[in-house]
Design a protein around this ligand. Structure first.
Ligand SMILES: Nc1nc2c(c(=O)[nH]1)N[C@H]1C(S)=C(S)[C@@H](COP(=O)(O)O)O[C@H]1N2
Ligand SMILES: [Mo]
Length: 507
């Protein structure tokens, strides 16, 4: 009887540890910043710091402070789950309740930290599910269904319990190891990335590209604010020395390039605005950076494009594919194999060590991150990742504009109100932006300076408003003379059309 109680407590402890490990392994695997335990420790630390005379950091230093808190959180969890284990016979429902409450605390702690991603949330969920499953698995042999008393521990129950405990421990060790290895690999690649010494510059934004209107999105998008879109839940981590690019298909000479082969070439640097086809009218899946890389047309010329080829199929290290017309890669635009963004080697999330950047085309048909393979071919031989899923085969960027100031739903002063935003038609160029207050006449906006047609442009203007509700609409005209249609279309299959409008209240 007492022995059963200890086994039940042991089952609880193992359950607790299993959930902690799978949760943390998830966070490592997806390379997120915040694990639940560390986040709860932070939360407890903040609570204590606000409390009376409990400045642990003062006594033991900030690092130990955090370590003590983490150990405290783990100790508390282990004690709680041990106790939950002993309750398995009489109050089975209690376990799930405790798991949900602990999971809830974990979730809140994770979500309050600014740098948490969805992987931190997934980590908490994985932990709670692990608890629920392992708890049932381990306490199963120790409770007699329908009885308030534990099963007596005979050899059969003990063996069943030990077997299940062993399986659990093994699974936990494996998941912990996989997570560790993933995070170590990431750290190693991060280190190799930081150690790179490349002849790259951060570029200088043209004077007047930023119009100085408060609240406008900066003309240059800093790397850590650049939107992120990809299908890779766990980002590929490729050390430069392991990277190879194979160029094959309809070419005279197959090429395989190493990172050193690539960076020994003449570099091209250029401002290019990249945007996503999934960007809704007024959306923010767009960013502008100074890219450093190597002209794809030179590399394709080295391989020798055979007559009849129309497309280059790109494959990423994670298997993602897209197709780009040969023409866009060989005409006078700076389609490049980019290795740096705003003067730093590509961040891992943005495709380190090498990605494609093609001015004028949406990312899903051109901007392959973690690029490893280029096949010169024709469009009819393949369907790329998104094309298989109903999106277009070819997809040039559509002329668009958006209002950034004031924000939709904002309150402004009355009288003269500064307004502004961005407009883009990459590789075509913006000729004119117009805005319209409350459905009145169109007024031409002031445009910021741009280096060429491959970037977005800021626009600004003034409106005179009386107190009350107003709405503001914007439209752009590109350098072909085309003015944005007001007809709203869905983003699928090849990008949204329509004018961006916002409402605001002047007081
Ligand atoms: N390997 C890979 N590359 C990819 C994608 C992807 O899912 N996998 N998404 C593309 C899409 S849809 C866009 S819009 C851009 C986004 O690039 P960013 O995340 O650096 O902003 O990358 C493109 N390259
Ligand atoms: Mo995209």
């Amino acid at each position: 009887m007492n022995r059963t109680r200890s086994l039940l407590a042991l089952a609880g402890v193992l359950t607790g540890i299993a959930g902690l490990v799978t949760s943390q392994a998830t966070v490592w695997l997806f390379q997120a910043e915040n694990g639940a335990v560390s986040a709860v420790a932070d939360a407890v630390g903040d609570l204590l710091a606000g409390g009376p005379a409990m400045d642990l950091g003062h006594l033991v230093g900030p690092v130990w402070d955090k370590r003590l808190l983490v150990m405290g959180v783990i100790a508390f969890l282990v004690a709680a789950t041990a106790w939950v284990g002993t309750q398995a016979t009489r109050r089975r429902w209690l376990a799930d309740l405790v798991f949900f409450v602990l999971g809830g605390i974990g979730l809140v702690s994770v979500l309050r930290l600014p740098n948490s991603t969805s992987a931190s949330t997934v980590g908490v969920i994985v932990g709670v599910v692990t608890w629920m499953v392992v708890y049932r698995l381990l306490t199963g042999p120790l409770v007699r269904p329908g009885h308030a008393e534990p099963a007596t521990v005979d050899d059969t129950t003990r063996r069943a319990f030990l077997l299940r405990a062993g399986i659990t421990a093994g699974a936990v060790a494996v998941s912990g190891t996989v997570g560790r290895v993933a995070s170590r690999k990431r750290r190693a690649v991060e280190q190799a990335r930081r150690a790179l010494r490349l002849p790259i510059t951060a570029g200088t934004a043209p004077t007047g590209s930023d119009l100085g209107v408060r609240g406008l999105t900066p003309w240059r998008t800093p790397n850590d604010e650049f939107y992120l879109i990809d299908t890779a839940f766990s980002k590929p981590t490729i050390a430069p020395r392991d990277w190879r690019l194979r160029i094959h298909g309809m070419v005279d000479r197959e090429l395989t390039l190493t990172y050193d082969d690539l960076v020994s070439r003449a570099m091209t640097e250029d401002w290019v605005t990249l945007c996503c086809v999934s960007n809704e009218v007024g959306g923010d899946l767009i960013g502008n950076a100074y890219w450093s890389g190597f002209l794809i047309r030179d590399i394709l010329a080295e391989a020798g494009i055979q007559p009849g080829a129309t497309a280059v199929k790109q494959t990423s290290d994670d298997g993602w594919t897209c197709g780009t017309p040969i023409e866009a890669l060989t005409d006078d635009r700076n389609a490049m194999l980019a290795i740096a963004m705003n003067g730093s080697p590509l961040p891992i999330e943005h495709g380190f060590p090498v990605r494609m950047v093609v001015p004028g085309l949406y990312g899903f048909v051109s901007a392959t991150k973690w690029l490893v393979d280029l096949e010169v071919t024709t469009f009819d031989t393949f369907d790329a990742y998104w094309t298989q899923r109903g999106w277009a085969e070819q997809s040039p960027v559509l002329t668009q504009s958006r209002i950034e100031v004031p924000r939709d739903g904002a309150r402004t002063s009355n009288g003269t109100v500064r307004i502004g935003g961005s407009a883009w038609a990459q590789h075509t160029g913006i000729a004119k932006v117009e805005y319209q207050l409350d459905g009145g006449a169109w007024t031409e906006a002031t445009l910021g300076k741009v280096p060429d047609v491959d970037t977005w442009v800021q626009w600004s203007g003034n409106v005179e408003v009386s107190p009350g509700d107003h709405f503001l609409t914007v439209r752009a005209t590109d350098k072909t003379g085309y003015t944005q249609t007001s007809v709203r279309t869905d983003v699928i299959p090849s990008g949204a059309t329509g004018w961006h409008s916002i409402g605001f209240e002047a007081r």
